[in-house]
Design a protein around this ligand. Structure first.
Ligand SMILES: NC(=O)c1ccc[n+]([C@@H]2O[C@H](COP(=O)([O-])OP(=O)(O)OC[C@H]3O[C@@H](n4cnc5c(N)ncnc54)[C@H](O)[C@@H]3O)[C@@H](O)[C@H]2O)c1
Length: 422
């Protein structure tokens, strides 16, 4: 009998996971609350550039992958992987309501002996405190007739080397047997499994990884502001420091944190520790520095326009890139949107170009990007590079003679008095 996996939540994490397991011989049922997500997948369209439409089409045609909004289909699954969002609330507290509603929807249907793995990033204790009681209420005995584990998702959208299959996967169970079973099933589809002692350890691993990134990015963002005052180029300094073959890991500054993970995950830990009356100072400080970056960039825009005897108000600003990082189409938490909003607020006439993002929503209205042809032809008072997509022709931008504020070092190697870094 073939092993059946149900993937709950067909987003940036769920789709690559579902495809990897289906390609390894599992029959995979994707379950989402969105009719649209299910329809799109059943039509053979991938929602992420990391998985091609062709791969989805082949699996759908073979009957190895299907999507539905019917949660009762979970009853067929031996393995259930939960990949729903875990955003922050307006007050920057964890919002685990998607985990709660996904659990409440699957619990009535899960069969005896199933392995349930939470993949959504969350604070240590979620699997035991939020998920376990819901299964116990239905009479399950965890570690005996139901197996619960946590396995953090490490997918890095746009990364061509490290994908879901070859990136080591950390797995920790609520009991030893939970961990062993989850590791065994995941090991059938993924190359390397790293077992840890508990679900809490696995939850904490993810928070350490992303807290490490957030803090180091905070450090180099501060370095960029320090270097600007000293008239030094932060990127040159980081590159030179990175020539040390040991004991240094390079992080690069930017206009602020973006995406679904780095700006959010450390705050899950910070919140959990606040509940225990402990303040995680490193996280709070990094958050303060990183959150200030869009404000700092807008100030720099004002200073540069000032040098050209112009004000922000009324200036035509071209924002290059709105995705939160290069070579992807995701604008969630993108600092570029913050820059857009702040510049518009100050009265700038802002247009954007992004080869991956045709439009985005701003204050309830759809804002469309301009074409590359318009970028080359039209006049601007300032060009602001917010995202360094690889396919952009930076030589053309640098040579237009228009002042450029480059927050990503995309113009490395080009010289000119009109070219500015952070
Ligand atoms: N995107 C990344 O790069 C990344 C990387 C590592 C970890 N994560 C974590 O993985 C989790 C999922 O992130 P994502 O980027 O895939 O989110 P996403 O928003 O792309 O996808 C989530 C999907 O879940 C669906 N959904 C919402 N509520 C549901 C419910 N109750 N039942 C079933 N489906 C439901 C949504 O319709 C959506 O399709 C988050 O916890 C995130 O922090 C994301």
């Amino acid at each position: 009998m073939e092993t059946v996996q149900a993937v709950i939540g067909l987003g940036y994490v769920g789709v690559p996971l579902a495809v990897a397991f289906a390609e390894s011989g599992f029959k995979v049922i994707g379950v989402d609350v969105s009719e649209e997500k299910a329809k799109v997948l059943n039509q053979g369209t991938s929602i992420t550039p990391d998985v091609s439409d062709e791969r989805v089409q082949a699996l759908v045609a073979e009957g190895r992958l299907e999507a539905t909004t019917d949660f009762s289909r979970v009853s067929e699954a031996d393995l259930i992987s939960i990949c729903v969002p875990t955003p922050l609330s307006k007050s920057k507290d964890p919002d685990i309501s998607y985990i709660v509603s996904a659990c409440d929807a699957i619990v009535p249907h899960v069969k005896e002996g199933a392995v349930v793995v939470l993949e959504s990033t969350t604070y240590p204790g979620t699997t035991r405190e939020i998920i376990l009681p819901r299964f116990e209420k239905r009479g399950f005995k965890v570690g005996e007739n139901l197996f619960l584990a946590f396995s953090p998702e490490r997918v890095d959208p746009g990364n061509e080397t490290w994908n879901i299959r070859n990136t080591p996967k950390v797995v920790g169970g609520l009991t030893k047997e939970c961990g062993r079973r989850a590791a065994e099933l995941y090991g059938r589809a993924l190359e390397t499994i790293i077992p840890v002692q508990s679900a809490e350890s696995a939850e904490m691993v993810k928070l350490l990884e992303n807290t490490f990134r957030a803090i180091n990015i905070g450090l180099v963002n501060e370095l960029a502001m320090v270097c600007s005052r000293l008239g030094l180029n932060a990127w040159e300094i980081i590159d030179a420091a990175a020539s040390k073959p040991f004991g240094f890991m390079a992080f690069r500054p930017g206009p602020g944190l973006g995406g679904h993970c780095i700006p959010i995950d450390p705050l899950y830990l910070s919140w959990k520790m606040r509940m225990l009356d402990y303040r995680v100072r490193f996280i709070d400080l990094a958050d303060e520095v990183n959150s200030f970056m869009p404000e700092y960039v807008v100030r720099r825009c004002g200073e540069i326009l000032n040098e050209y005897e112009k004000s922000v108000k009324g200036s035509r600003v071209l924002l290059m890139g709105v995705a939160y990082k290069k070579d992807i189409d995701d604008v969630r938490e993108s600092p570029a949107l913050d820059l857009y909003e702040k510049l518009v607020h100050l009265g700038a006439r802002v247009v954007y170009h992004d080869p991956y993002v045709k439009s985005f929503n701003f204050r309830g209205e759809t804002t469309e990007g301009i074409s590359w042809d318009q970028v080359c032809r039209e006049d601007f008072d300032l060009i602001l590079i917010a995202t360094d997509h690889s396919r952009t022709d930076y030589a053309t931008l640098a040579k237009r003679g228009i002042p450029v504020l480059d927050t990503r070092n995309a113009l490395k190697g080009f010289e000119g008095e009109h070219l500015f870094t952070l």
